[in-house]
Design a binder for this molecule. Sequence first.
Ligand SMILES: NC(=O)C1=CN([C@@H]2O[C@H](COP(=O)(O)OP(=O)(O)OC[C@H]3O[C@@H](n4cnc5c(N)ncnc54)[C@H](OP(=O)(O)O)[C@@H]3O)[C@@H](O)[C@H]2O)C=CC1
Ligand SMILES: O=C(CO)COP(=O)(O)O
Length: 350
Amino acid sequence: MVKEKESIAVIGAGSWGTALALVIADNQHEVRLWGHNQNQINEINQNHTNEKYLPGIELPLGIKGFSSIKEALAGIEIIILAVPTKAYREVLGQIEEAHDKPLTIVHVSKGIEPDSLLRISEMIEEVSSSEWLKDIVVLSGPSHAEEVSLRHPTTVAVSSKNMKAAERVQDIFINNNFRVYTNPDLIGVEIGGALKNIIALAAGITDGLGYGDNAKAALMTRGLAEISRLGVAMGANPLTFSGLAGIGDLIVTCTSVHSRNWRAGNMLGKGQKLEEVLENMGMVVEGVRTTKAAYQLAQKYEVNMPITEALYDVLFNGEEVKKAVDLLMNRSKTNEMEELFNILDSRQQD
Ligand SMILES: NC(=O)C1=CN([C@@H]2O[C@H](COP(=O)(O)OP(=O)(O)OC[C@H]3O[C@@H](n4cnc5c(N)ncnc54)[C@H](OP(=O)(O)O)[C@@H]3O)[C@@H](O)[C@H]2O)C=CC1
Ligand SMILES: O=C(CO)COP(=O)(O)O
């Protein structure tokens, strides 16, 4: 099938923005990769590399780096937004100033804003005027930038309130190495992608403590149970959590050495302090802020999230990691599925 060539701006030249720029350049689209670091943009244009974020990867010549957001957005109708969640409000402000056409925003970030408790698509809606914002699409799933940039087989899901926009994004990205599925459950796709980072931090901790495979399987399974409970309470379809944005992303993030969240957890489990871990990472560890947001969401929706609560105590209240695991294991006995069934029942009654 011959694809229509589009001009696309990728906002954020970190590991994920650069890897996705490579995918769409492979699909012969015109790709403008915007970053706020002039030296890095010079490197992308002169050497066709981004060594800090994707060491050893030769970028396609079709990727052009931009440090002026106005130039990057000139005549553009579709942007891929690939900055950390905490940078969204600032970067959206710059986009609002710089754009010259109504935009479809494809966000590929995995987080929830603490305090406002907004999902990323909700934050984009809140900040952006309907005069220039056409559609919001989320792209999420098990997809480490390091492997995507090596063109290893990868699968992701896209979702939107407007599924025609999601299908357009599916067409832009899909190729022999990068398979894109649509999923109509916007809430579930965003919640699954954001909350798996909490469980990956916890899995890294138990690996760092040397607890092995049983503990990790327990965390992943019971982690998925609490993600599903919160997600369903917020309106997600429970089946999404057995899909790419749910269990798929949970598996890859809890088991891969590429995961910054797992690596951060691993260092915490080995006794390092949070500040030291974040300083040494040099890349975003979304799960830390998302733990705070999910802790607040659990209170708001009155959902039991024991792993999130235990991690919250480790990250923000100085709880010792080993003690947090002991407390988790010594809670009063419970039923594996009852709470989720109750949430589903109460939703049906509403
Ligand atoms: N890496 C991955 O494999 C995947 C990541 N994601 C998600 O993508 C999002 C981005 O992550 P990722 O690319 O990995 O993160 P990185 O830490 O690799 O890169 C973040 C990029 O955003 C830039 N940035 C940060 N703050 C601002 C700002 N205020 N204005 C402009 N640019 C800014 C950074 O610039 P600087 O270099 O100056 O710090 C850097 O270029 C996250 O939500 C992550 O969860 C999703 C799937 C896979
Ligand atoms: O979301 C990711 C893979 O799907 C990336 O996870 P990390 O941010 O933990 O590296």
